[in-house]
Design a protein around this ligand. Structure first.
Ligand code: SF4
Length: 363
């Protein structure tokens, strides 16, 4: 077969003509590419487009990122969600400065040893920034592979992943790695989409098994939808002359170390009725203020509400004000802080609390 007819070549030619102009494609700086690939995991391109330039302006080099405090990094990341990525990126930047003289290692083994760097990120940065033939297999590449080979596997199947890595490795030998990696991702994102793939416009159409069978959308096989428990969360908006009562989330786990309002959760999938909600709020009130006179149902007023879907659960957060006033002297300083109302947005909040704050600060 003539080299020009190899599907990898056809794909690369298509990419050079049809690629979207994205800010992270205007650079070969491995740090900037690493930041973009980290942001793009589990976050849509349109959202990353909004945050990426500001993040790089704030931390233009790996040295700037390493020198920043975690609070500064999380604040710059606010709105992108999945804050573990930011913490890992920050820790990895510090390691690059401490152990690699501030240079991103152009070696997949060394790069993968950094915190938070998995096989996909390593493949993307090594191939796009350094033109090394390291496969980068994300959901887009899995889908294109399943369809190209007509593989009846789910996207979670280890066999499909192995096939995708083998396909990418073979095609990386044909075309400059930076081109091939981005072309495969772009094809999956814009043409070989999960629904209604545009096979008639696809450069891989001539050799594609799924398209030949007229069953492109059937691959990869669907997975059973994840059961996502719904959790009711009752939070307190307590304004005092000195500010609003806030607390930090625990050191580990979901949204670790971000700020929130004092809150209490119902049982998974429980839909608490009015009586149960007030019982939970009274329990929370006692946790915040200790023993004392607890408010009655008539004292509570729901002043803001929002819903947030995580990958593994859904929260409905309702924020309540209480007309009762207590003495700040009862607050446990290890658990709660009072923060000036005008400065609340300086803290780093989970997205659902950002939206709630927008409502609450209008009160
Ligand atoms: S021909 Fe269709 S199914 Fe095959 S890779 Fe292209 S868009 Fe995907």
């Amino acid at each position: 077969m003539a080299s020009s007819a190899h599907p990898a070549h056809t794909l690369a030619v298509w990419y050079q003509k049809h690629q979207r102009r994205l800010p992270w494609r205007q650079t070969r700086d491995p740090y900037a590419i690493w930041v973009s690939e980290t942001m793009l995991q589990q976050t849509r391109v349109d959202t990353v487009r909004l945050y990426y330039p500001a993040f790089l302006q704030r931390f233009p080099t790996v040295q700037h990122l390493a020198a920043a405090s975690e609070t500064e990094v999380l604040k710059a990341w606010e709105g992108l969600g999945y804050y573990r990525r930011a913490r890992h990126l920050h820790a990895a930047a510090r390691q690059v400065v401490a152990c690699h003289h501030g240079c991103i290692p152009a070696d997949p083994v060394q790069f993968r040893a950094l915190p938070g760097v998995g096989p996909y990120t390593a493949g993307a940065v090594m191939s796009i920034a350094f033109d090394l033939p390291v496969p980068a297999v994300d959901g887009n590449v899995l889908r294109v592979t399943a369809r190209w080979l007509g593989l009846a596997e789910t996207a979670a199947s280890p066999r499909l992943r192995r096939q995708a890595e083998a396909l990418a490795a073979a095609w990386l030998r044909e075309v400059r790695p930076s081109l091939l990696t981005q072309a495969l991702m772009e094809l999956g994102a814009t043409v070989c989409t999960p629904r209604q793939p545009r096979c008639s416009e696809c450069p891989l159409r001539p050799g594609c098994q799924a398209a030949a069978a007229g069953r492109a959308e059937a691959f990869p096989l669907p997975v059973a939808p994840r059961v996502r428990p719904h959790v009711w969360v009752g939070a307190l908006w307590i304004e005092t002359p000195l500010g609003v009562v806030v607390q930090r989330r625990p050191e580990r786990g979901l949204l670790a170390r971000l700020w929130q309002l004092p809150n209490i959760e119902g049982e998974p999938d429980e839909v608490p009725d009015a009586r149960r909600r007030f019982d939970l709020l009274q329990t929370l009130w006692q946790q915040v203020w200790g023993a004392g006179c607890v408010p009655q149902p008539a004292d509570w007023d729901c002043c803001a509400a929002d819903r947030h879907e995580f990958t593994h659960r859904t929260w409905t957060v309702e924020v309540y004000r209480c007309s009762r006033q207590e003495s700040l002297a009862c607050l446990d300083p290890d658990k709660y802080e009072v923060y000036p109302r005008d400065c609340l947005t300086e803290l780093t909040w989970p997205r659902v609390y950002q939206r709630l704050l927008a409502q609450l600060l209008r009160l």
